[in-house]
Design a protein around this ligand. Structure first.
Ligand code: DLL
Length: 433
């Protein structure tokens, strides 16, 4: 088994917890003395740094919400003067003011350590060529993977997103061994290779690290097949550092989150109460070493659960399950909670379609309607009406049994839905509520 940093990745649980407690105490001290926003919040709750005696005391700390970051935009939550901040990045939101983060030199070192651990789990070493198609810019995908790849000493190709024809040419020419991009773009690249008549089995490409948006296990299978690689899940967000907060190991059974740098809790999003391991809820993250913008109990809105079982890979850091969606991208249709990934999984299970779909929600009077547009595979016999109708029926039935809603299934021609180069936009909610 290969590790990037075995001492830390395989540290005993006991030592890891001690380290976490020390780091939690210094984080609380740091924000108490350097960030007026936190000092006020802590004072309101009557909690001081001296009250952190065990890891359970994290529950006494205040939550931090995305709106707190917006209200203190851009530098209000920094715990260091700008002279110590060496980089500022922002979330990928396209409207309004972004949510941003400022990193010190040590923060960037922590971040590249997280990504390096992940890249090594996906088989990377100094001989690897990382074709990095995450966007470079304010979005953390490009620079985040880049930092980890350079840390290891891989050859990193800073492609960024866009210009798909050029991407596939350079992947071949530069002999990429690893691809990093969103899962939706990976699936588009698979299609582009096929259209260009390239047999992906002949490429040196071995693995990919895909994240920044929710994706299903069936999407993983589709990408692994079309690109002939192993596809790993990588998770993170700008407010914490960027990609690498949690990454899958070679067992591909949950994402290890780096407990020497972060404290994870799962809470009931309604009540704020902590939930036991194994129960699904909202992920809340406290940073343990961050200097630039340390965060206490950051409400991610992402839904998952903690897997507290030893992993065969030998790493002692616990895992979270594949992200199930966000509390805010859950659609409520006719009172039923629906996540786009549930629909994705059901559609791909049936086959004969591409991992390209769109959910359109409308409201007629008081009733919601869900239309699912899904693209047929090129090898499907488009001229056979009975086959098309049978496929439509199978999909309608499957969707009904998975989400409990009778959706209208519209099968569309191959390549007719818009492709995404970054985070895919799968839902069009046209209801005026
Ligand atoms: O998406 C950072 C990133 C870049 C992660 C590249 C992985 C790879 P933001 O733009 O701040 O940062 O968006 C963060 O994206 O709260 C999740 O809702 C979602 N997300 C990120 N990774 C995954 C994943 C980057 N693996 C938000 N699965 C997060 C599901 C993900 N959702």
């Amino acid at each position: 088994m290969k590790y990037w940093n075995k001492t830390y990745e395989c540290m005993s649980r006991e030592d890891l917890k001690k380290l976490q407690l020390d780091r939690l105490k210094s984080t609380v001290e740091r924000v108490y003395s350097h960030v007026p926003f936190y000092r006020e919040k802590l004072q309101e709750l009557g909690v001081g740094p001296e009250d952190i005696i065990s890891l359970d005391d994290v529950r006494r700390l205040p939550f931090t919400y995305k709106d707190d970051l917006r209200d203190n935009y851009p530098y209000g939550l920094l715990a260091e003067p700008l002279s110590q901040i060496v980089r500022v990045q922002a979330s990928s939101g396209t409207t309004g003011k972004p949510v941003c983060d400022g990193y010190t030199r040590n923060d960037l070192a922590m971040w590249s350590e997280c990504v390096a651990r992940g890249l090594v789990m996906a088989g990377a070493d100094t001989t690897s060529v990382i074709h990095n198609s995450y966007g470079y810019g304010l979005f953390t995908g490009g620079t985040g993977v880049h930092g980890g790849a350079e840390r290891i000493g891989c050859s990193c190709i800073p492609m960024s997103s866009g210009n798909t024809a050029r991407q596939i040419m350079l992947m071949r020419d530069f002999k990429a061994t690893h691809l990093t991009c969103t899962p939706s773009y990976a699936s588009y690249l698979g299609e582009a290779f096929r259209d260009a008549g390239v047999d992906t089995a002949e490429l040196p490409l071995k693995a990919g690290l895909f994240g920044a948006e929710p994706w299903s296990e069936n999407m993983r299978k589709a990408i692994e097949k079309s690109l002939n690689i192993k596809a790993y899940d990588i998770y993170g967000m700008c407010e914490i550092c960027g990609p690498g907060v949690a990454v899958e190991c070679e067992k591909q059974d949950g994402l290890h989150f780096w407990e020497d740098f972060f404290l994870f809790e799962i809470i009931n999003p309604e009540t704020g109460e902590q939930l036991p391991d194994g129960e699904i809820g909202e992920l809340v993250i406290t940073t343990l070493t961050k200097e630039g913008m340390p965060l206490l109990r950051y409400r991610t809105h992402d839904l998952t659960y903690i897997i507290d079982e030893p992993c065969e890979c030998g790493r002692t850091h616990r895992r979270i399950a594949r992200l199930q969606g966000r509390t805010d991208d859950m659609m409520v249709i006719r009172g039923v909670n629906v996540f786009p990934t549930q629909v994705e999984s059901a559609l791909l299970d049936i086959g004969s379609v591409e991992p390209q779909y769109q959910l359109i929600v409308t409201r007629e009077g008081k009733l919601d309607d869900l239309e699912i547009k899904v693209e047929l595979s090129e090898d499907f016999n488009l001229s056979s009406i009975p086959e098309l109708e049978a496929l439509q029926k199978r999909m309608r039935d499957r969707i009904h049994s998975v989400i409990g809603i009778k959706a209208k299934i519209t099968l569309v021609e191959p390549k007719s839905l818009p492709r995404s180069e970054g985070k895919a936009k799968r839902v069009l909610d046209l209801r005026e509520i």
